[in-house]
Write a protein that binds this ligand. Structure first.
Ligand SMILES: [Ca+2]
Length: 313
């Protein structure tokens, strides 16, 4: 192309460009809610603002490039999106605005995460159980916050402050517990979508106070509590050697209830004379699985003591 021809083309392009600028402004459409990066659950509102020099004729929402709504012919450009019907995970929201001149423009994409499944709680355990404290651990299937409810009954009554950091594994300390007491607890976790999971009830028993940490207990009840317990704490029924095959409770034990670490009862017996024996079997006659068990012992003077057992097969 000659230099003169190029100049001519440039000269022609100038006025043509100016004519285009004079056309009505193209539609402009922006998604207002939800914000980019939001975690959405259940039904959520999707809204857009739109304008156009030739007037907005319709706004239509798209999810992952597919129509999410019919075209809306007038503001407010708002729909209710049932996120559960779209499947959990990342989604791309967009809106298309059309103007009176038959032109269409698509909004910038807003990416959000749909979540309709609460976290799954697993591996709940009490460790480091002392005379006045314990450490509760659990895992969740997705990042979630943490709280423990606890108390001496299944009504709990106490709870730890919410730990709001969302994690997969955590340990929460319980402090200020009563010694030699049976505690019920359950754990609680909430995901980024606000969906809450709660574990079943679990139990642990706190230990005796450390020597020297005198509780000034009267000699009588304290002695009865001590003599109600079984001398052994480790039971090994599979060896069948007569040593630690069963728990034999002391003469002051009037009633013994034994629960597993999930709080399920595996044994209960009352005696007015002969010592209560637990042969490490559940009511169906099967030897219980290896694990931790708690005996709730009522003494003849009606006080309550607790003893933990480890069953090792
Ligand atoms: Ca979830």
């Amino acid at each position: 192309m000659s230099g003169a021809a190029a100049m001519l083309l440039l000269a022609l392009a100038g006025p043509a460009r100016a004519q285009e600028d004079a056309a009505p402004a193209l539609p402009l459409v922006v998604i207002m809610t939800p914000p980019a990066g939001a975690v959405v659950t259940g039904t959520t509102t999707v809204s857009a603002n739109a304008s156009a020099g030739a007037g907005v004729v319709s706004v239509q929402f798209l999810l992952d490039g597919v129509d999410l709504s019919p075209p809306l012919s007038a503001p407010p450009y708002t729909i209710v999106w049932n996120t559960a019907a779209s499947g959990d995970g990342m989604h791309a929201l967009a809106a298309v605005a059309r103007d009176g001149a038959g032109r269409a423009e698509t909004s910038p994409i807003v990416r959000v995460t749909s979540d309709n499944v609460p976290p799954a709680i697993d591996a709940v355990s009490a460790s480091g159980v002392g005379a006045d404290g314990a450490y509760i651990r659990w895992t969740t299937s997705e990042p979630a916050d943490s709280r423990v409810e606890y108390g001496m009954t299944e009504e709990y009554g106490e709870s730890t402050p919410l730990s709001s950091s969302r994690v997969l594994e955590r340990g929460v300390a319980l402090t200020g517990l009563a010694s030699e007491a049976l505690y019920h607890y359950r754990v609680w976790s909430r995901d980024a979508a606000g969906l809450v999971a709660v574990s079943p009830d679990h139990v642990f028993a706190t230990a005796e106070p450390a020597p020297g940490a005198s509780t000034a207990a009267a000699a009588g009840p304290a002695a009865a509590a001590l003599s109600a317990k079984a001398p052994q704490k480790f039971l090994s029924p599979a060896r069948a050697d007569g040593i630690n095959d069963e728990a034999v409770f002391g003469p002051d034990a009037r009633e013994v209830t034994i629960v597993d670490a999930r709080g399920r009862r595996v044994f209960r017996e009352t005696s007015s004379g002969p010592p209560i024996r637990w042969n490490v079997k559940d009511p169906s006659g099967r030897v219980v699985p290896s694990g931790a068990y708690i005996a709730v012992i009522t003494t003849r003077d009606s006080s309550r003591v607790y003893q933990t057992f480890a069953v090792v097969k």
